[in-house]
Write a protein that binds this ligand. Sequence first.
Ligand code: G3H
Length: 367
Amino acid sequence: MTLMLASVADAREAEIAISIGTDIVDAENPAGGAVSPLPPDVTAAVAAAARGRARLSAAVGEIGSDPGAIAAAADRCSGLAIEIIRVGFASASAPMPLVGAVAGRHPGLAFVAVLFADRMPGGDPLPLLAEAGFRGVMLDVADKTRGRVLELGIPRIAAFVEAAKGRGLMVGLAGNLEPADIPRLLPLEADFLGFRAALCPNADRRAPIDPAAAAEVRRLIPAAAPRRSGPGGEAGIRAAPGPGRRAGIEAVADRIFVRDLILPVRIGVYRRERDAPQRVRFDVSIDLAPRETEAEGLAGIMSYDVIVDTIRTIVAEGHVELAEELAEEIAARLLSDRRAMKITVRVEKLDLGPGGIGVEIERRRAS
Ligand SMILES: O=C[C@H](O)COP(=O)(O)O
């Protein structure tokens, strides 16, 4: 289950976030960076507004040369019943043992290290973070004016999520996420997705949260529990009827497809095929289940981006011997989306013969 985290600037925005059903209300100063703290009195007001109605989180700054500042923020947050504190981590030379000692003093507070996709520290920081007592990690971007976490590419983000989960860490993803990114990230099963810019008019993260934009983000993330309702909540926001639901027109079938996607792939059983990748063309089409009446817009569709992301992710995982295995894996992963009913996958090696050589499989959801 992936939760929605909304970064808010004050108690009024906390109320809006709660009214649209946000799972985690995060106190953050949007005028600063990804982990810029709000003044203590504003954080306290956000906590007072959200306590008992949503989980609470707060940005407390970067691990720098002054772990005392993180320690003081952790003390304050503990007293406010905040569950998660987000701490920026940009360098492997950060004073981890000191931060670890602070985390050890607050067992009720989950320290989440925020890594910046546009300023990734060298090496693998996850062992260091897990050892220092961090309970979670999050990917975000340092440069909020330009950076997008999706620029890392889904295969790298997926690998990060898996590696963090493998170490028992909670994982969050953020960084100028847009509504259309959500269907691409949900299959990665991160613990939460974090938003600020997408909740604001014109994606201006310094502007006050727009309840309609926030509700649209919420609608795209399946809720863990029945939604709360209230002023500015879902009730006031209705999308226009989507395709297939127009009066006098009966929906027969929806099919999404990706054609002629050519990628370098490590594939084959011959020795020469193990030395270097070869070009493989992918064609995939998926027959979708009829749309649920209440799920309109992006929430009602299966994005064809997910097809491309799935293929890229599988290909990035390493050498595969047979085109049949590759096609089967693509079919299995895509059929795990409950909207996909039937799939055709064609995998065609382009560099072996005078023409294309490959396999086409058709699979259907069993139940
Ligand atoms: O998750 C927390 C961040 O505040 C996300 O901010 P952003 O959507 O503007 O990148």
